[in-house]
Design a binder for this molecule. Structure first.
Ligand code: ZN
Length: 227
């Protein structure tokens, strides 16, 4: 997967930032996205920047410990996000991923605010791609509590929900991480509407087993957790 061309990565990150904002997954200056370029450098969105108005030159380059390597344009104002800590831990724990999206998708977060689980296996695509979706314990945003709340899940899940906060999705590319975010929010919306209609009926164990049996056909070989 490595190394990744920085200029190409800037374009890809730009496209997904704009798309994520347009889809309503990020509000104001919230959220942060990153691409790992090689074993020692990371391209990410800077703090306090609206992803709907961001430009390719705004992204900053840090090492895998979060130290600033390069920042273009008004560099004095360009600092790593306080939420970069969770990206750093995820890259440290997962050598197989190259990109991360952290966003605040409304229905996903609303379900945690209401104390609802998101793990019900209701959609075949979600079962095949993400498996069960865990909710990490509430943590104060911007602090070390956030990566620590995610630590129990990072090895085994590509989509993790942060209680009363947002979502973190991991991918082999920034597009892959974004598609997982989109899939997660679609799952949350479907679950929410099904509950309004009288209650979600999960897929039966034999239906889930069949889905797990066909994952390889779609190139899905990474083990997933179903519970
Ligand atoms: Zn956040």
């Amino acid at each position: 997967m490595f190394p990744k061309n920085e200029s190409l990565a800037r374009n890809e990150l730009y496209e997904i930032c704009r798309l994520a904002y347009a889809r309503g997954y990020l509000c104001g200056t919230e959220g942060n996205l990153s691409i790992r370029l090689d074993s020692n450098s990371l391209l990410s969105t800077p703090s306090n920047t609206c992803k709907g108005m961001i430009k390719q030159d705004d992204f900053i380059l840090t090492d895998l410990e979060g130290h600033l390597l390069k920042s273009n344009l008004s560099s004095a104002a360009r600092k790593p996000s306080t939420e970069l800590k969770m990206h750093l831990l995820a890259y440290e724990m997962r050598s197989d991923i190259c990109a991360i999206v952290h966003a605040h998708p409304t229905v996903t977060v609303a379900l945690t605010v209401a104390g609802k689980s998101l793990s019900s296996p209701i959609l075949p695509e979600v079962v095949c791609t993400l498996g069960s979706i865990p909710v990490a314990s509430y943590a104060t945003p911007g602090t070390e509590e956030v990566p620590e709340s995610l630590r129990p899940f990072l090895s085994n899940y590509d989509a993790i929900v942060l209680d009363h906060h947002g979502a973190l999705t991991l991918g082999t590319s920034i597009n892959d991480a974004f598609y997982k975010l989109e899939m997660l929010e679609h799952h949350a919306q479907t679950l929410f509407i099904a509950e309004l209609l009288g209650g979600a009926i999960p897929l039966a164990p034999e239906q889930i087993n069949k889905l797990l049996g066909i994952r390889a056909i779609y190139g899905l070989t990474r083990p997933i957790q179903i519970h």
